[in-house]
Design a protein around this ligand. Sequence first.
Ligand SMILES: [Zn+2]
Length: 419
Amino acid sequence: MPEPTILPKRGCMFCATPLRHTFVDLGMSPLCESYVPAEKLNEMEPFYPLHVYVCEKCFLVQLEEYVSPREIFTEYAYFSSYADSWVEHMRRYADAMAERLSLSKDSLVVEVGSNDGYLLQHFLRKGIPVLGIEPAANIAAVAVGKGVPTLVKFFGERTARELADQGKRADLLCGANVMAQVPDLNDFVRGLEILLKPGGVLTIEFPHLMRLMAENQFDTIYHEHFSYFSFLAAEAVFAAHELTLFDVEELPTHGGSIRIYARHAEDASRPVSDRARALRQRELSAGFTRLETYAGFGEQVKETKRKLLEFLIAAKRAGKTVVGYGAPGKGNTLLNYCGIRTDFIDFTVDRNPYKQGKFLPGTRIPILHPDRIREARPDYVLILPWNFKDEIVKQMAHVREWGGRFVVPIPEARVLDES
Ligand SMILES: [Zn+2]
């Protein structure tokens, strides 16, 4: 694969090997959660390179860090509870884990990146003590309002030691979609090892790099996501901090995630499962420890852009109207990379009132209330959070009353069937 002309200053965030191989270069993009309020429409916006590398030694796929995480995460607009299917997914997880680990009023469940308490509330209802750790103060306040005790902090070795010193170590330590956002990966995993009680179980969910590549989900790449893991890469990182992955589940969430189960390396009571061994073997067979495997992804991404633009150009030439649904981070990567503004999409809508009345970063597409789609009666609704497409099509079934059609952009532009 061609080497980039300007190399990142920093080495691999896990093993420090110099990064020399591009995974995909999405050009310049604004921070995807920096929604623009109306009064700032005449101001400039910072854009940063969205250039992803793969480490030739440990095969961790990662972004070079351009932006201070504190700038990104102290006021974050993503409230997990606005997606019904996600809350339901985590309710099932809470039920399963409470049973599998026999959690009780004497246990402690800690979630790192606990967001608005969407997960811990389910343990709380079962009478199991919980603690959330969440760096975004505005989101943590919502969790506290639900009765979920939440520490407003970045998680790492220091926070873990403070808690351990107070006698707080977790029987179940969990995190969902948090590992990608960690700027200092080694500090984070070291912290997990410290906070996990002897005999405790750690579960971490993250989008699976294998699925990201197979299904061309390049829009899940944004500045807030520093790293993208295969099972093999995660296994190497955890092993370096005395944690053994002993089980794994493959999940449909976020376009295809895995939930890894880890324990202290010396805890022999939980043997490595067949599932974990099988996934490991699948990744080895698919070439995830060879650089060539990562080389073709960039071209695949360019072709997706051409296809989406072809669809939009044809629709506009035919006099059709197109609006968006959703204002997720992934939509902002997609729209900025493809150069899609109000020339193609009149507006988008979002259920989150925090985003309504604001504009998408970079593309400046207005974000309105979902009811505005009923008034506008567009020919096409482009679903930006395609991972929730079934839920959205159901919620927005009235679009079909006037002959409107739903379109997904990924893995390539496609009009959804009527059925
Ligand atoms: Zn590395």
